[in-house]
Design a protein around this ligand. Structure first.
Ligand SMILES: [Zn+2]
Length: 120
């Protein structure tokens, strides 16, 4: 149910950043989701649709950018990418590594429909 609470967070953030009378103009919500964030994009999408249906946010959809898990080795300075969370350097076998990306869970942009005609 991780996705459901994150979807609720997204709705909350949108409500804080967009004036109430413009909520129905929200079209795209851009997110960055790291491979290791624990969030399943499809599931998040489903939850978001479920809780935004029949609300002013019914027209909004999520656009998700996946950030691969990426680790930097402090011994040989190499950065390597993998999707399963390995933190041992494949080059030198070192374990002195830092995760540099892949845990993101970020709302980066809310896009409104600015082409909407203002006439009744
Ligand atoms: Zn290394």
């Amino acid at each position: 149910m991780h996705e459901l609470s994150f979807a609720e967070n997204i709705v909350e953030i949108i409500h804080k950043s967009v004036p109430r009378d413009e909520l129905e103009d929200v079209r795209i919500v851009r997110l960055k989701i790291g491979t290791l964030s624990g969030i399943v994009a499809d599931s998040l999408d489903f939850c978001f649709c479920a809780i935004s249906a029949e609300t002013p946010l019914a027209n909004a959809r999520l656009e998700i950018e996946h950030i691969p898990f990426s680790v930097r080795c402090n011994s040989c300075q190499k950065t390597f990418v993998n999707d399963i969370g390995i933190v041992v350097c494949p080059e030198c076998g070192g374990v002195d590594t830092n995760v540099v990306a892949g845990r993101e869970l970020q709302l980066t942009e809310i896009e409104l429909d600015d082409k909407k005609e203002k006439t009744s």
